[in-house]
Write a protein that binds this ligand. Structure first.
Ligand SMILES: NC(=O)c1ccc[n+]([C@@H]2O[C@H](COP(=O)([O-])OP(=O)(O)OC[C@H]3O[C@@H](n4cnc5c(N)ncnc54)[C@H](OP(=O)(O)O)[C@@H]3O)[C@@H](O)[C@H]2O)c1
Length: 232
């Protein structure tokens, strides 16, 4: 299995590289030239293609021959970085490749997610502020996902809750919609977010799904498991 990790040098990216290597996958990582050193620990176990993740020439080279592409979608700047990255991956990955993208709960596929007032208000405020100072354009991540949802590729969009560092709790649990009781704890270990992304490569039940995830040992996930056990 040959896997490309787009955004490999970030926190999520490095966890994904490690999980992929743990499965003996061949790994190609894309990251900015200035961040290549962050991948030094992996030595010659991975191939690094330096460059911006929305550079089509860079992505074309990196995804060639890959069975799967794991993409960290981040909306840096105000020039369509996220949508440019997603488009390049969808256009240039080999036909039939598994494409797995990361984002947050704020992305909604069908409008049936239920958000708290606080989530909506703080999200909107952050979007406006980041765009005002031209640091990031959250709406471009929304646009990236809109294009993914419409595409005929074999995509999965993994929607992360708030994240924390720490030991793995195992594969996160998920729901189709934010607002489901199982997700109420709203926290996932970053290494487990990465685990979910890597596991999705071989889980065809996740093709054309946008799972919202939460840590499997969180109170809401444990309560959900208990309710299911009581009902069976
Ligand atoms: N942080 C959260 O609480 C949270 C919550 C839910 C979902 N998520 C999702 O999780 C994923 C990873 O997010 P993360 O916050 O954990 O960050 P992360 O894994 O550290 O990834 C950040 C990425 O952005 C790149 N980057 C940073 N500054 C950049 C710039 N100016 N121009 C271009 N690229 C730049 C980094 O590359 P370099 O290594 O080159 O800097 C890295 O690949 C994202 O898809 C995010 O939507 C995050």
């Amino acid at each position: 299995m040959r896997v490309c990790v787009v955004g490999a040098s970030g926190k999520l990216g490095r966890y994904m590289v490690q999980h992929a290597l743990d499965r003996d996958y061949e790994v190609v990582g894309v990251c900015r030239e200035k961040s290549v050193a962050k991948l030094a620990d992996f030595g010659d176990r991975i191939t690094v293609v330096p460059g911006q993740t929305d550079d089509r020439e860079v992505i074309g080279r990196a995804v060639a021959g890959c069975d799967a592409v794991l993409t960290v979608l981040v909306p840096w700047g105000v020039r369509g970085y996220s949508s440019g990255t997603a488009q390049a991956v969808m256009d240039l990955a080999p036909e039939g490749a598994r494409l797995v993208f990361s984002c947050g709960w704020h992305i909604t596929r069908d409008g049936k997610d239920v958000y708290s007032r606080w989530f909506l208000a703080s999200g909107r405020a952050l979007t406006v502020l980041l765009r005002l100072v031209r640091v990031a354009d959250v709406d471009d991540q929304v646009e990236a996902c809109r294009r993914i949802f419409e595409s005929r590729t074999r995509w999965t969009v993994v929607r992360g809750s708030d994240l924390e560092e720490g030991e793995s709790q195992g594969l996160p649990v998920w729901s189709r919609h934010v607002g489901a009781p199982v997700l109420a704890s709203n926290i996932t270990r970053r290494t487990d977010f990465a685990l979910f992304m890597v596991e999705a490569i071989t889980d065809d039940t996740l093709v054309h799904e946008a799972p919202a995830i939460v840590g499997r040992d969180t109170p809401s996930a444990l309560a959900h498991a208990q309710r299911r056990e009581d009902a069976s």
